[in-house]
Write a protein that binds this ligand. Structure first.
Ligand SMILES: [Zn+2]
Length: 331
């Protein structure tokens, strides 16, 4: 993060390029909700005078979400652009990464701490892209250790040639330090939680979580104790809900010891040219012209004492003619 490139009080006005399709609008909005949930960052619609007055903004800085060819990229930090600084984000996960840049975050694989972990083979790096791999200088604004699971890290495919051993560690699963950087850089605690006395320990920090001042702890630690204890394990029912249904099978197999679920599969023939992502957790056989999905099928309803389906929105596959109670059919 560069000194002075923060968004005052975490308010980030945004608009959409008028040509942006509904799909990209939806993906960008979904990514914004992540920052809303765990930080004081608030992306707010930019309607010049209205937004300036409502949020008491002295500048006309804002970000314009667009989609430029296949580019996924963004200008880093608040550059005080009154005409809308560039952010071209592609899908939900990439939008979190690109919005991270807009908020001032650097690439995690360029973190000064990663030199102890990674050895880069420059002979294999295309020099045109070389700058995106170069380690940056520490500058004191974000001083956290190298986090291979950050959304600000390049993905497995970008590192295919370089870091075969590192790929399993790259998961985008831990956004904790990303939110810590973002909250610290935008002084969330000072702006919104100055009267709150709660102390956060073990790398936890005070910020807005779901609009409330709370500790955000490293994964597994309990915010209600200031990150001093582990989250209590809640014992949940090991029974699956009632009814006949099928779910897609993970690569690790069906739940339990294959007593409750039997297996099935469905092959989908295509015209070729298909591929799967680096980390693919579904079981089956996936080739260029054939995708064969495996399912865990609950097709024995006898003696079913499982709980009712919880309220919510989800989709399961129907077995036989009827849906489990509480579900409606869609063909
Ligand atoms: Zn990036």
């Amino acid at each position: 993060m560069t000194q002075g490139s923060h968004w005052p009080r975490g308010i980030v006005p945004f608009d959409f390029n008028p040509s942006l399709s509904d799909y990209y609008v939806k993906e960008a909005l979904a990514a914004m909700t992540k920052f809303h949930k765990y930080t004081c960052i608030r992306f707010v619609p930019w309607v010049k005078e209205v937004t300036k007055a409502k949020y008491d903004l002295s500048l006309e800085s804002h970000v314009t979400i667009t989609k430029k060819d296949s580019t996924c990229a963004a200008v880093q930090g608040n550059v005080r652009s009154a005409s809308g600084q560039f952010n071209s984000c592609c899908s939900r996960g990439t939008c979190v990464h690109e919005l991270g840049h807009t908020l001032g975050l650097w690439h995690e694989h360029q973190n000064p701490w990663q030199d102890d972990v990674m050895k880069k083979d420059w002979a294999k790096i295309d020099l045109v892209d070389g700058w995106t791999y170069r380690t940056r200088e520490p500058h004191g604004l974000d001083v956290y250790q190298y986090d291979t699971a950050s959304s600000m890290h390049y993905g497995g495919s970008a590192f295919k040639i370089l870091y075969e051993d590192l790929r399993p560690l790259i998961s985008f699963s831990n956004q904790y330090y990303m939110y810590k950087d973002t909250s610290t850089f935008h002084s969330c605690k000072e702006h919104y939680c100055s009267g709150v006395s709660q102390q956060c320990h073990n790398d936890g920090f005070l910020t807005l979580v779901d609009d409330q001042c709370s500790c955000l702890c490293p994964p597994g630690l309990d915010p209600t104790t200031g990150c001093t204890t582990v989250v209590k394990q809640v014992t949940t029912s090991s029974q699956w809900p009632k009814g006949l249904y099928a779910i897609m099978s993970p690569s690790t197999g069906c739940p339990g010891n294959n007593e409750e679920f039997s297996r099935g599969s469905w092959a989908h023939k295509g015209e070729g040219g298909n591929s799967i992502s680096d980390y693919f957790n579904l079981a089956g056989k996936f080739e260029s012209d054939t995708f064969e999905y495996e399912f865990c099928v609950k097709n024995d309803n006898s003696g079913s004492t499982g709980p009712a389906w919880e309220t919510g929105r989800y989709c399961i596959l129907r077995v036989g003619g009827a849906c489990p109670d509480g579900m409606s059919a869609w063909d």
